[in-house]
Design a protein around this ligand. Structure first.
Ligand SMILES: C[S@@+](CC[C@H](N)C(=O)[O-])C[C@H]1O[C@@H](n2cnc3c(N)ncnc32)[C@H](O)[C@@H]1O
Length: 509
């Protein structure tokens, strides 16, 4: 059987649960490139292609949020494509379709695309398929379009390679001795092999953390990541050499903090800058060595666009002014603003207070600059907040209104129903920008009560009646520490669900 047939068989037999990946989606690509001064096509009527789309879980949230965009996904595994199309039909989406197709057979008849996504495929396929992916991007990406390709990268994967090798070695040697370890059984034996290493070998702390991480992963993920016939991580530098052969280049990582990391010692950046002589690929490769990077999501475009893009950390004020930012911050006991346990410096307070007032709406950086008495450090601070992922940034303004009787929009109602009813959901539940959201079944069912005909108080009464009739019950997760009354618990649920729907714009406007 040739390698492509083996991959097809593997994914048909063990489908890959399809999540959305925020950093691959067109909104992220557009916003990052806008920051670097490069305008990509508008999102609202863009044409999108995903190569290796699995069940479509990555592009479905984009399709829901952009009814006039046209989205196509292709994948080799018919089982995944058929089920994905069933989900799309259930959701009532007519702007997205998945096509059962080998990358090798893709041709120009599908037309040009403004954004192309290829996530979790490139370093897992043979070179011939990699070349075809690059050929598709070269010929089918519109002139000012953008693509993302993700891949396992070195040096981080050098450590993981050892773990992959021992897992495969164990299966191979057991099978050689007359066993028949196949499919999910490989995961069980593979985990056993790395646990053995963890216990008795001189592994570094880093590799031990990797073992712990692998052990937590779902079986389907481990099977594909560690037992796939090909898994060839690449250095960013070598990846870019491949791109250049197709007149393409790596612009930045879609997670911009990977391209412009913050080091506590400023000397690091100075040394790297001296060494790379303005070559951004060399600079980023040094950062990957320093930070032991293991995964990359490269934004890629045509080489001829290079001169239009600012590839330095020093973002132009014009480009920054166009962006819209959002964030919400709480204070600690000492009255200092915090983010994920870290105390933020007081110089950021003025910006933070304005963001807090606007939340969940965005503020444009331009209007914030006009409002605040900005000194020369204002833009520097904004950049720091962006690079450290302390605030969200968007290409378009987000304006939320709060109707008294909120109605879950039709497409999102079906999306919620799918998440609620599917025994084994094949796609993740994600927000409009592709962030996977962690919502419980209780919260999902409360969402369906927001039908535009009930106020929050009426929803509360409905839930209470259902509890009184014995159709619903309140389960306390922290029996002893939760001192709220049942009524308070219901109200908190409703408040949180409403906020969730508003922040994620899942309601009818
Ligand atoms: C690791 S999964 C990633 C799926 C999805 N993009 C994600 O990140 O969750 C790789 C996907 O690529 C598909 N694939 C691999 N080789 C392919 C080929 N030659 N043509 C089309 N799809 C292919 C597989 O069927 C599988 O769905």
């Amino acid at each position: 059987m040739d390698e492509v047939k083996i991959v097809e068989k593997q994914y048909n037999e063990v489908p890959y649960m399809s999540k959305s990946f925020y950093y691959t989606l067109p909104e992220k690509q557009k916003t990052v490139l806008q920051l670097l001064g490069f305008e990509t096509p508008e999102l609202k009527n863009a044409r999108i292609l995903e190569i290796g789309c699995s069940f479509g879980g990555n592009i479905i949230p984009f399709a829901i949020a952009h009814p006039n965009a046209e989205i196509i996904g292709i994948d080799l595994a018919e089982v995944q494509v058929n089920e994905g199309n069933n989900i799309i039909k259930f959701l009532g989406l007519d702007n997205i379709k998945l096509i059962h197709k080998n990358i090798m057979d893709f041709d120009e008849s599908y037309g040009k695309f403004d954004y192309i996504i290829c996530h979790g495929v490139f370093s897992w396929v043979i070179e011939e398929v990699q070349n075809k992916i690059l050929e598709i991007i070269k010929t089918q990406l519109s002139d000012n379009g953008s693509a993302v390709i993700s891949y396992n990268t070195y040096p981080g994967w050098k450590n993981v390679d050892i773990l992959r090798d021992i897992m495969q070695f164990r299966i191979e040697s057991l099978n050689k001795n007359g066993n028949q370890i196949e499919s999910y059984e490989k995961v069980r034996y593979g985990k056993g092999a790395i646990e053995f290493l963890e216990k008795f070998s001189f592994l570094s702390e880093y590799t031990k953390a990797m073992v712990a991480d692998i052990k937590e992963k779902d079986a389907y993920y481990i099977l594909h990541e560690y037992f796939e016939a090909s898994n060839t991580p690449l250095y960013l530098y070598d990846f870019n050499k491949k791109l250049l052969k197709y007149d393409l280049f790596h612009v930045v990582d879609s997670d911009i903090s990977r391209s412009f990391p913050i080091f506590s010692d400023p000397q690091v950046e100075i040394s790297v800058e001296n060494e790379c002589a303005g070559d951004h690929i060399v600079r980023e490769q040094y950062y990957d060595y320093l930070l032991n990077r293991q995964f990359r999501v490269s934004i890629v475009t045509h080489l001829k666009n290079k001169e239009k893009i600012n590839l330095t950390k020093m973002v132009k004020i014009d480009s920054l002014n166009k962006l819209n930012i959002r964030g919400y911050f709480q204070k600690n006991e000492e009255g200092k603003y915090i983010r994920e346990g870290n105390v933020l410096v007081d110089e950021l307070n003025e910006i933070i207070e304005n963001l807090n007032v606007a939340f969940p709406n965005t503020i444009s950086i331009e209007s914030l600059a006009k409002k605040l008495n900005t000194d020369e450090n204002f833009y520097q601070r904004i950049m720091q907040l962006i690079y450290s992922k302390t605030i969200e940034f968007f290409s378009e303004k987000i304006e939320i209104y709060k109707p008294k009787k909120l109605k879950l929009s039709e497409k999102y109602r079906k999306y919620v129903e799918y998440a609620l009813s599917a025994e084994n959901p094949m796609i993740s539940f994600s927000n409009f920008s592709g962030l996977v959201t962690n919502v419980s079944k209780t919260e999902l069912s409360i969402m369906t009560l927001f039908n535009g005909e009930r106020s929050d108080k009426e929803i509360e009464n409905l839930i209470k009646t259902n509890i009184e009739n014995g159709n619903l019950s309140i389960t306390r997760t922290e029996e002893n520490s939760d001192t709220r009354t049942d009524e308070e618990i219901i109200r908190d649920f409703i408040k949180n669900v409403r906020e969730f729907l508003e922040i994620n714009m899942m309601y009818e406007k």
